[in-house]
Ligand binder design. Structure first.
Ligand SMILES: O=P(O)(O)OC[C@H]1O[C@H](O[C@H]2O[C@H](CO)[C@@H](O)[C@H](O)[C@H]2O)[C@H](O)[C@@H](O)[C@@H]1O
Length: 339
């Protein structure tokens, strides 16, 4: 269905699939034994994405959003574009130490420019405050913990806690004591595993194994799965060399996207065009929402072929940067044209 729509869209727009003019050198995969992990644009080396088996034909199904740019803006003309961005692997490269996943100054400038022209939100698995520390922008909205902690526009206050977090929408708040207990149990569970670490993301907990010797990966996963399997209040999702322990409520990045569209005042708008850029499995929930709206653009960041329902792709954060800069430039030129 999606492919049919994409094909029709390409046809209507006279679109032609080509590779982007990006520098060819990218780095080898740091973790070759994890099928789901791509290089996130960080590792130095000689692997060329076009040489990755299956990448060229995958790109045929998920064309570069840079090559599609003119078609995207043609579709966006006169509509209200709303931008949603993931953080890790999208705005910042994947690195070994989660505390060092810094965003470049160029990327910050690009996001700031985009946010000047379009309502822009960052939806991350991390705790909301942490993402804000990394991003350091006041003109974007932040959703942390995979959308379980959303700071929406002030006029759309849906929840207010007594600790002063006025305006934050936190649908899993009642789970907080249980999450804190779970965090302690997880620490105990992984204590003996070399390189394993816990990241407390407030409404969810990440168990990182990027720095765990490969021989111990399965053992770590088994231990965490068995702990979480015994706690009906929790569920487990997997990201890039990370297990994400989340409260078992039906709420994901797709729901967060809908919530933000709603609070931004676009719930009934016919001419709204959400654009979501993300690299990880949890971003697929947001892609799904856009796909079902039949308006907007789900864009995956990946330099290896992977299963996705995103229509378009960008190879790594450097292509995300190029795309965002073009988007801001396009809007500026439009404003100038109509003046
Ligand atoms: O939704 P996201 O913003 O993409 O968050 C997903 C996870 O991202 C972070 O982990 C990932 O990036 C780290 C830094 O590059 C990397 O070391 C790790 O292996 C990746 O999985 C974050 O630290 C996690 O808490 C998020 O769940």
């Amino acid at each position: 269905m999606m492919m049919r729509k994409l094909t029709k869209f390409n046809h209507t727009m006279g679109f032609q699939i080509t590779h982007s003019n990006k520098p060819k050198k990218v780095k080898p995969f740091s973790c070759p034994n994890n099928d789901d992990d791509d290089n996130g644009g960080t590792n130095g080396g000689s692997l060329i994405p076009d040489d990755v088996p299956g990448y060229a034909s995958w790109l045929g199904k998920h064309p570069s959003a840079l090559n599609m740019f003119d078609s995207i803006t043609k579709e966006a003309k006169g509509k209200k574009v709303v931008v949603f961005l993931d953080y890790d692997g999208t705005l910042s490269p994947i690195v070994d130490d989660p505390d060092k996943a810094f965003m470049s100054a160029e990327m910050r400038m690009a996001v700031r420019e985009v946010a000047k022209h379009f309502p822009t939100s960052i939806i991350s698995g991390r705790r909301r405050e942490r993402v804000k520390e990394f991003v350091q922008l006041s003109n974007v909205y932040y959703a942390g913990s995979h959308g379980l902690d959303i700071m929406a526009p002030p006029r759309a206050v849906k929840a207010c806690d007594k600790k002063g977090n006025e305006g934050a929408f936190q649908p899993a708040k009642l789970f907080l004591p249980a999450i804190q207990e779970m965090s302690i149990e997880l620490e105990d569970t992984i204590r003996e595993i070399q390189g394993a670490r816990i990241e407390d993301n407030k409404f969810c907990i990440s168990v990182h194994y990027r720095q765990v010797p490969p021989k111990d990966h399965e053992m770590l996963k088994e231990k965490v799965k068995s702990l979480v399997g015994n706690r009906p209040n929790f569920r487990l999702t997997e990201g890039k060399m990370v297990l994400e322990v989340r409260p078992s409520i039906e709420w994901n990045k797709g729901d967060a996207l809908n919530y933000l569209l709603d609070t931004l005042g676009f719930s009934n708008a016919k001419d709204v065009l959400p654009l979501y850029i993300g690299d990880d499995r949890t971003d697929e929930d947001a892609f799904k929402v856009i796909a079902s709206r039949r308006e907007g653009f789900p864009i995956i960041v990946s330099s290896i072929p992977k299963d996705t329902i995103a229509w378009f792709s960008l190879r790594d954060p450097s292509e995300v940067l190029a795309f965002l800069l073009r988007l801001a430039k396009w809007k500026k030129s439009e404003i100038h044209f109509y003046k």
